[in-house]
Design a protein around this ligand. Structure first.
Ligand SMILES: Cc1cc2nc3c(=O)[nH]c(=O)nc-3n(C[C@H](O)[C@H](O)[C@H](O)COP(=O)(O)OP(=O)(O)OC[C@H]3O[C@@H](n4cnc5c(N)ncnc54)[C@H](O)[C@@H]3O)c2cc1C
Length: 331
């Protein structure tokens, strides 16, 4: 190859291989992969697995892939053993520098298996990835949100898992062209098999997709008082309700679907209104990428105000009804 990068054991035309069991996360990974590959003038390959893979290939190209490998058409459900076998074959053939895997529940099971098969390093839950000279650096939040680790690989390929919403997908480019490769990778008899798949019971709330979120914390005295934020959500044309961990995990006033934070959902709405939430780092880790953050808290020194674009210091039981009234008049 024309360039002399002695540390790179793996080197081909493909710089980044991308895999996600969820299409939405796959598109987010593709946008970062595209940026990294463009810096070095190299290519991006997406691996799409399963019985619908063929129909999705063009979408992956329109979102930034140069090549899409379509395989595993007999797979009904995700199985980490099969998918890691498939990715092992692809990585050994394509010799990328980096493999990006979405940090979904399935991705978290997959990435360490693949790392072990390839004897590769694995960086988990990176929310920043960038080229720095000859190196690829990845940053991730550590110590419950109190620190940021900047990491790099000592060998290649390197595997990086990426949480949802860390990167914005590229807009669809209908004119984009790429190569679709149908690969028939023979799957082994695995040691585990899926016996039953049960759908998670949920209220159908998707805070991760919401454009506007009104969120509540322990500043509320009783569950009945949540009517206040429900009303605020209603006057603002159907905002989604979010909450801090104690509201979902300890008090159980709302289901875990609403839980925002490090151990809850990571959200990125255009507007996030935090009502009676102190703003501990574990909560902020889940909502700090929101467009505009409004905080209502009676304590002027509450840490949430450090993350807020607009802060209202006051008792939420007085502030929220006034806010509702003001919005009603405006609307
Ligand atoms: C490993 C780990 C993971 C965690 N993950 C998460 C997570 O994912 N999400 C999360 O949220 N937390 C998480 N936590 C918990 C986190 O540290 C905080 O304890 C939690 O976020 C606090 O919730 P809160 O702000 O609702 O309550 P509090 O910290 O008790 O804050 C209540 C706030 O309400 C204000 N208030 C009280 N009365 C009123 C009123 N009448 N009007 C206006 N304001 C009022 C107070 O001034 C205070 O600031 C985690 C903790 C650990 C250790």
């Amino acid at each position: 190859m024309p360039r002399d990068w002695p540390k790179r054991a793996f080197w081909g035309d493909i710089m980044v291989v991308v895999y996600s069991d969820l299409k939405r996360n796959g598109f987010e990974l593709l946008s970062k992969a595209r940026e990294l590959a463009d810096k070095r003038g190299n290519k991006v390959c997406a691996v799409v697995i399963g019985k619908d893979a063929g129909t999705q290939a063009q979408e992956y190209i329109q979102r930034g892939a140069d090549m899409v490998i379509v395989t595993g058409s007999s797979m009904e459900h995700f199985n980490a053993e099969d998918v890691s076998d498939i990715l092992e074959v692809v990585v050994k053939e394509e010799r990328p520098e980096i493999v990006l895997i979405a940090s979904t529940k399935d991705g978290k099971e997959l990435a360490p298996r693949l790392a072990s098969k390839l004897d590769a390093g694995c960086i988990s839950d990176a929310n920043k990835i960038y080229v720095d000279g000859d190196s690829i650096l990845a940053e991730r939040v550590v110590y419950s949100g109190n620190g940021i680790a900047v990491e790099q690989f000592g060998s290649f390929p390197g595997i990086i898992t990426v949480p949802g919403k860390a990167f914005d997908p590229l807009p669809i480019d209908p004119g984009r062209t790429g190569e679709v490769v149908n690969r028939d990778i023979v799957l082994k008899q695995q040691r585990s098999s899926i016996v039953d798949v049960q759908k998670m019971v949920s209220e159908g709330v998707n805070v991760e997709e919401a454009e506007k979120i009104v969120s509540c914390g322990r500043g509320f005295k009783k569950s009945d008082d949540l009517k206040l934020i429900e009303e605020l959500a209603r006057v603002m044309n159907g905002n989604t309700l979010g909450c801090s961990r104690p509201i979902a995990a300890d008090l159980k006033w709302l289901s875990e679907d609403h839980w925002v934070g490090l151990s809850g959902h990571k959200v990125k709405p255009k507007l996030y209104i935090a009502c009676g939430i102190s703003g501990q780092i574990q909560h902020v880790a889940g909502m700090r990428d929101s467009g505009i953050i409004v905080a209502i808290n009676k304590d002027a020194d509450a840490p949430i105000f450090n993350s807020a674009d607009y802060g209202i210091v006051g008792d939420l039981y007085q502030v929220i009804p006034k806010l509702i009234e003001a919005i009603r008049q405006k609307m």
